[in-house]
Ligand binder design. Structure first.
Ligand SMILES: [Zn+2]
Length: 87
C-alpha cells in the first residue's frame, strides 16, 4: 500500500465525480481540522484509496473501484467539502 498526499486523489475524483476536488477546503468531523483536500494523507491500493486526516488520522474519504466497474465514494469523516461553482 502506497502512502501519498491528497494530490493522488485528483485523477480518481475526476473519474468518479467529474471534477478535481483536491483544491477544495474540507473539514474533519473528528478534530475540526480544515485545509485543502490535497493536504490529507492517502493510502492507495489497486482497489482504491483511503484518505486520512493529517491532524488526527481519522478516515475522511474512501474511493473504491468495484470489480463490476462501479466506483464508490465514501465520506465518513468529512464534515464539509467546499464545492466551487466557478470552475
Ligand atoms: Zn482530524
Amino acid at each position: 500500500m502506497a502512502l501519498l498526499d491528497g494530490n493522488a486523489l485528483a485523477g480518481p475524483l475526476v473519474e468518479l465525480l467529474g471534477w478535481d476536488a483536491t483544491a477544495s477546503i474540507i473539514r474533519c468531523t473528528h478534530c475540526g481540522a480544515r485545509g485543502a483536500l490535497a493536504s490529507v494523507v492517502v493510502y492507495a491500493s489497486p482497489m482504491g484509496s483511503v484518505a486520512r486526516c493529517a491532524g488526527c488520522d481519522a478516515v475522511l474519504l474512501t474511493l473504491v473501484d468495484a470489480p463490476d466497474g462501479r466506483g464508490w465514494v465514501g465520506m465518513p469523516g468529512l464534515d464539509a467539502l467546499e464545492v466551487r461553482r466557478d470552475r
